[in-house]
Design a protein. Sequence first.
Length: 271
Amino acid sequence: MSELIRRAVLLGLLIRFARSDDPFLTDPPDYIKECKIADKNFVNCSTQSIQQLFDKLNDGIPGLTSIKSFDPFHLNRIRISQGNSNAINLKVELANIKIFGFGHTKVIESLVFKKDYSWKTTFTLPVMKLQGDYSLFGRILLIPLNGRGQVFLDADNMTVTMHTKTRLYSKGGFTFYNVTNCRVDFKMDGLKSYFSNLFNGNKQLEDSTNKFFNDNWRMLADALYTVITQTIEDILLDVLKKIFHFIPANYFVSDIPTPEQLYGKTKPKPK
Ligand SMILES: *[C@@H]1O[C@H](CO)[C@@H](O)[C@H](O)[C@H]1NC(C)=O
Ligand SMILES: *[C@@H]1O[C@H](CO)[C@@H](O)[C@H](O)[C@H]1NC(C)=O
Ligand SMILES: *[C@@H]1O[C@H](CO)[C@@H](O)[C@H](O)[C@H]1NC(C)=O
C-alpha cells in the first residue's frame, strides 16, 4: 500500500515537473561543483565547475530539453553588415549553420565579479568547424565579391574570452542568473576556409581566391571577425540563458547574495 502511494506521489511529481512551463532544479546536481566566492581558491573551483558544466552539456543536461544539441550546434541565420580596413560595406549572411567543436571546450579560467555578478570566462576550442550557406557582398582583402554558395571554416586552437552580464533574480527560494548579455573576443592559430561558387561558376577564379584566402588566413580572420564573434555570441547567449534559468546560481556560488542583498530593496512607490 505505502509503496503504491509512494509511486503515485512520485508520478505526480514527475508530471508536475513535465507540465511546468519553467522547470528548474531544486536539488544540487552532481555534475557541478559548488564554490564559495569568499574563498581564496574560488577561481580554481569555479573553473573546474564550469568545465564540468561544459562536459555535461555534451550528453545533455538531464531535464533541460530546450538545448537540442550542443555539438554540433545549429543556428538559423546570422546577418552582418560591416566596414573595416579590408572590407568596405561587407555584407555577409550565413544560414543553416552547423558549428562543431563546442563539445571539446577547455575552460582556462572562470572569473565571477562580486560587484555585479558579471563573468569573464576564458576557454579554448582545439577545433571549431562551421558549415552553412553563405551570401557575400562587398570586398574581402580587396577582392570584390558577390556570391552565394556553401562555406566551410575550420579554426585551429581558438581562444575565446567571454564577457557575460547577468541580473540576479529569485525563483522558488533560490537566486538565479538572468544572463542578459554576452560579448566575446577571440584569437586563433589558423583558419582554413572554403567558399563554393564565389564567382557564379567561374571555377578558376574561385579556386585561386580560395587559395588566396587560405594563404592569407590572418587577414581573412580579421575580415570575418564580426561574423565569427556574432556566431559565437549567439550560440553562447542562447545556451547560457537556458542553463541559468534552469540551474540555480546557488549551486555554482553557494554564498551568492539574493537580488535584494545585491541591488538593495526596491523602494516602495510614493503614494
Ligand atoms: C586547481 O588547483 C589544483 C591544485 O590545488 C590543481 O591541480 C588544478 O589544476 C587547479 N585547477 C585549475 C582549473 O586551475
Ligand atoms: C531577464 O532579462 C530580460 C531583459 O534582458 C527580461 O526581459 C526578462 O524578463 C528577465 N527575466 C527574468 C526571469 O528576470
Ligand atoms: C594548437 O595547439 C597545440 C597545443 O598547444 C599545438 O601543438 C598545435 O601546434 C597548435 N596548432 C596550430 C595550428 O598552431
